[in-house]
Ligand binder design. Structure first.
Ligand SMILES: Nc1ncnc2c1ncn2[C@@H]1O[C@H](COP(=O)(O)OP(=O)(O)OP(=O)(O)O)[C@@H](O)[C@H]1O
Ligand SMILES: O=P(O)(O)OC[C@H]1O[C@H](OP(=O)(O)OP(=O)(O)O)[C@H](O)[C@@H]1O
Ligand SMILES: [Mg+2]
Length: 279
């Protein structure tokens, strides 16, 4: 049975559980459950702190897991990143009072608060900066105001938390992070199926199906507007001058493509969501 680690709390947990559910797996009924067996799919789920997931998977105690790339790197674990899961996107940045910090060199000899000491320590070492790291559990943005550090290194998404703390980002981007699927060093059978299912969920979220009718003489122009994933499906209609087209298009392009097809002469343009996919 494939043993899968899933975040039990924090900003990864809800979307991770939703993705697994959309991929056809069982989920836990209440937030206190730490382990469930999904007999039908031949997998076991362990609900763990996102920070610990790379440790379990890297040691081989569990086979695969969902966590953040930043947490994977900071764990120093032997687990490897198998796929990006396209949620919990964030950047990892240095921040401090704007009047004191403007580039990386300003960090020489100062105190930097972070919850990611390995990630930050390795970055500073690579860039030849020597600073003192102050390791905190969270809410590191308060560390400067409270005097335990001069600058911070933390997750930034909208920048709201930094702004409220009177801090500004500076220096290079330390890391672009996202939720990832990670695997133990010796890949277990069943990992490929899980990955294919999760990729199916990503496709179903990213694309929609578009059907339309178009005069056959405009088919080349129409399919140029929406070429589809591989190749559009073209079906004959009772009226020999018209054809029906079915094509996958990126969800974000839906209305622009509909407008362009309508202007070209396509009619009966219908859009449906994709429930599941294997490409
Ligand atoms: N505001 C955010 N936007 C996007 N991703 C975030 C945000 N905060 C944290 N993350 C990402 O979520 C992952 C999990 O972080 P973490 O375990 O700290 O969860 P959390 O949501 O911060 O929960 P908590 O701090 O309450 O334990 C990390 O990969 C991190 O990059
Ligand atoms: O740029 P923003 O959109 O403001 O998001 C970034 C903030 O979100 C996370 O905090 P979280 O709520 O997880 O608290 P924590 O610092 O205690 O982990 C992260 O640690 C930052 O503080
Ligand atoms: Mg947090």
């Amino acid at each position: 049975m494939l043993r899968i680690a899933v975040p039990n709390k924090g900003s990864l947990s809800e979307t991770a559980a939703d993705m697994l559910s959309e991929a056809g797996y069982a989920g836990r009924r209440d937030a206190k459950e730490l382990h469930i067996i999904d007999e039908r799919n031949g997998v076991e789920f362990f609900y763990l702190r996102p920070r610990d997931i790379a440790t379990y998977v890297g040691s081989g105690a569990l086979d695969v897991g969902i966590t953040g790339r930043d947490l994977l790197i900071d764990s120093g674990s032997a687990a490897t990143e198998t796929a990006e899961l396209e949620f919990a996107r964030s950047t990892f940045r240095f921040a401090g009072p704007a009047e004191r910090f403007s580039d990386l060199a300003d960090l020489e000899g100062v105190r930097i608060a972070t919850s990611y000491p390995i990630l930050v320590g390795e970055f500073l070492e690579r860039h030849g900066v020597s600073a003192t790291l102050v390791t905190l559990d969270g809410a590191v943005e308060s560390a400067v105001r409270l005097g335990v550090a001069d600058a911070i290194a933390d997750v930034v998404e909208t920048g709201t938390t930094l702004r409220k703390a009177g801090l500004s980002v500076f220096g290079p981007v330390i890391l672009e992070s996202t939720a990832v699927l990670i695997s133990s060093p010796d890949e277990k059978p069943g990992t490929a199926t899980l990955l294919r299912r999760l990729q199916g969920v990503l496709v179903a979220r990213r694309y929609v199906l578009m059907d339309y009718d178009v005069p056959a003489r405009l088919l080349v122009q129409a399919t140029a507007l929406a070429p589809g994933f591989e190749s559009p499906t073209i079906s004959p209609l009772h009226d020999p001058d018209w054809v029906a087209v079915r094509v996958m298009i990126p969800r974000d392009d839906t209305n622009n493509v509909m407008d362009a097809l309508y202007e070209l002469g396509a009619r009966a343009i219908l859009v449906t969501t994709i429930h599941a996919a294997r490409l």
